[in-house]
Design a protein around this ligand. Structure first.
Ligand code: NAG
Ligand code: NAG
Ligand code: NAG
Length: 239
């Protein structure tokens, strides 16, 4: 009996942990991440952490890029009602004007995405760089930048379930997915809110470099990887 159970469990495990082979062809190497005023900390550095681990296994370059190549503050334009000073300032490596050629462009979200003047150069750069990219990735309300750049038109996509109405007002014929942790449509990956960026980037790493590499990265981070369909927040927000 015990042996039979072991065999059955073995089969289940074998089927549950399907091994994804790496994509054929040249791997992406130069990866840019957008910064702007009032960016969301984990949107940027959750993804950065996974890429940092990936950089131990394969040659990649990760650059932080903003409109003028200078400091980008987490601090929002309007102070929090609590008066809290929960800020951080990060220096970009490049500006949109002197950015190196990119294979991957990642746009996170944050309160700054609500400010049209702040986002205008980010949207413009995203529109300009998209045709030469291998992959486009957004985290959280960063999807609003892709939508405003026209990149999501006609595609399946997702975003932060807590900012659904704000983001889904943009773009044309976007097939928004309210119960997904992350979504791939062609070469465009969009993720749900904040921490979902980590799950999305791990899914993307698995897609590009295969399961062995993504498992190594996931375990190095001690992260419990939620899959693309593993979402409870759409229901929580009544979507
Ligand atoms: C945040 O900083 C401002 C300016 O220095 C200060 O007036 C305010 O009291 C600080 N907030 C808290 C919670 O201490
Ligand atoms: C920002 O842009 C959106 C559409 O792109 C528009 O609906 C909204 O009114 C603008 N907000 C401001 C404050 O100008
Ligand atoms: C899996 O990844 C590890 C770490 O990158 C590497 O040492 C190992 O050779 C890989 N195994 C296979 C079967 O690709």
């Amino acid at each position: 009996m015990k042996n039979i159970l072991t065999i059955i469990l073995g089969f289940c495990t074998a089927f549950a942990v399907a091994n994804v082979d790496p994509q054929p062809g040249p791997k992406p190497k130069n990866i840019g991440i957008a910064l702007f005023r009032a960016w969301q900390p984990m949107d940027v550095f959750g993804v950065f952490e996974a890429l940092w681990e990936l950089g131990l296994l394969t040659p990649i370059n990760v650059y932080l890029i903003d409109a003028d190549g200078s400091a980008a503050m987490v601090k929002p334009f309007n102070p929090f009602a609590t008066g809290s000073n929960t800020t951080a300032t990060v220096l970009a490596d490049y500006s949109f004007d002197n950015a190196p050629p990119l294979d991957v462009w990642i746009v996170g979200g944050g309160i700054g995405t609500r400010d049209n003047a702040t986002m205008a150069p980010v949207i413009e750069f995203t529109k300009k760089v998209y045709p030469s990219l291998q992959y486009m990735i957004s985290v959280c309300t960063g999807a609003s930048v892709l939508a405003r750049a026209g990149i999501l038109d006609g595609k399946r996509a997702t975003t932060n379930k807590n900012a659904w109405a704000f983001v889904t007002q943009f773009g044309q014929r976007i097939r928004w997915q309210p119960h997904m942790r992350y979504v791939r449509d062609g070469n465009v990956w969009t993720t749900s809110g904040v921490s979902a960026g980590v799950d999305g980037i791990l899914g993307w790493i698995e897609y590009v470099w295969g399961t062995n590499v993504s498992t190594t990265v996931t375990n190095a981070m001690e992260w419990y990887h939620s899959g693309a369909n593993d979402d409870i927040f759409g229901t929580l927000h009544g979507l």
